[in-house]
Ligand binder design. Structure first.
Ligand code: TXA
Ligand code: MG
Length: 342
């Protein structure tokens, strides 16, 4: 365990040395825990895919200490990247740029682009500064499970498979970085995340959001539909708040009468009325607080998943702006079914 704000130098140096020599080290970022590997070490990157059981066609994000470290990994840093970096780095924004040949194809899944970000968490920053190498780091979960927001989540999925976990407590943001493709014109948001589309529009008025066709999710590599998902089937209820609550209550009552154990997940206002009916309740926090809801989401999914339930019923969030967009996106991807109620 290291102090999240002022991590112990020796612990960081040990983790950095482990990364430099090809080891796999889980560490906190401001979004979720990442599983790091030396990005220019093909063997380390191959092992990373193996331990996560991640398909090779899903490219990784390369983490660096600052904008100066980006140029060697790319075929050129466009002005817009520098402008965005000045505004949002260090922070939860990932930029997709043209790849330099030095980046192994294992990292980019054979694409001619590479995703790069400069994380803001003091532990991630200290580690990258000490390691002095680019670090490829996907979220430190088994493929398709919810991303880890605590070191214990990393251990639940990967204990015995990786070399080290730097534990600095819970991460702050709770959902992953925004992935922005700068190789398209106009630039495209491939994954909504902690930097909102509204924030990006201040710098890039014409930024495009890759909207999933109805009932489907993004066709980009790695942006698979069933992702971030608990093992227990999750049904997402979408629609007017009153109608969603009615549907959840009815489903929960029917399940209880039939001897099935269901859990419900939603904002405080939604789940408040369901404590007596559902076998388990995950309260994500007040509907006015997107930050709290985002930071609790993945832990809540994992808790319900561990509760031995037959099904999870989730209420979609009511908003679609700012951080809510990322929360809605992750809820949709966690679901096996989306039901519209009115
Ligand atoms: O917040 C985050 O981004 C966390 C922390 C650890 O930094 N990392 C993370 O990594 O979420 P991962 O591997 O779980 O998600 C990476 C996403 C995938 O959806 C992948 O498809 C996309 O980034 N990506 C990576 N390289 C890409 C590329 N060259 N072109 C398009 N998408 C890319
Ligand atoms: Mg992931």
């Amino acid at each position: 365990m290291v102090d999240a704000a002022r991590p112990d130098e020796h612990a960081i140096e040990r983790a950095a040395a482990c990364l430099r020599s090809g080891g796999l080290v889980a560490f906190p970022t401001e979004t979720v825990y990442g599983l790091g590997a030396h990005a220019l070490d093909r063997e380390a990157v191959r092992r990373l895919f193996e331990v996560k059981e991640r398909p090779a066609h899903d490219p990784l994000i390369v983490h660096v200490a600052g904008l100066a470290d980006v140029a060697p990994l790319t075929a050129g840093v466009p002005q817009v990247a520098s402008t965005l970096a000045a505004r949002f780095w260090p922070g939860p924004l990932t930029l997709v740029l043209r790849r330099a040949p030095i980046v192994p194809p294992e990292v980019t899944a054979g694409l001619d682009t590479v995703a790069i970000r400069v994380p803001a968490h003091p532990v991630a920053r200290a580690l990258l500064l000490a390691a002095r190498i680019p670090v490829a780091a996907p979220s430190a979960n088994l493929f398709s499970r919810p991303s880890p927001t605590r070191a214990s989540h990393v251990m639940d999925d990967l204990a015995g498979r990786i070399d080290m976990v730097v534990d600095a407590g819970a991460t702050g943001v709770g959902v992953e970085s925004t992935v922005l493709d700068l190789t398209t014109d106009p630039p495209t948001v491939l994954r909504p995340g902690a930097v909102s589309v509204e924030d990006l529009r201040c710098v890039l008025p014409d930024v495009r959001l890759r909207e999933a066709p109805r009932g489907q999710v993004l066709p980009s590599p790695g942006l698979l539909e069933q992702h971030y998902a608990p093992r227990t089937p999750l049904t997402l209820y979408r629609g007017e708040a009153g109608a969603v609550l009615t549907a959840l209550r009815r489903e929960a009552e029917t399940a209880r009468a039939g001897g099935r154990r269901v859990g419900v997940l939603g904002t405080r206002e939604t789940v408040a009325a369901l404590h007596a009916t559902a076998a388990a309740v995950a309260d994500l926090g007040p509907e006015t607080d997107a930050g709290q809801v985002a930071s609790r989401l993945y832990a809540a999914l994992r808790e319900l998943d561990a509760a031995g339930l037959d099904a999870i019923l989730a209420a979609d969030v009511a908003h679609d702006h700012g951080l809510w967009r990322a929360v809605r996106d992750r809820l949709q991807r966690a679901s096996t079914e989306v039901i519209r109620v009115s």
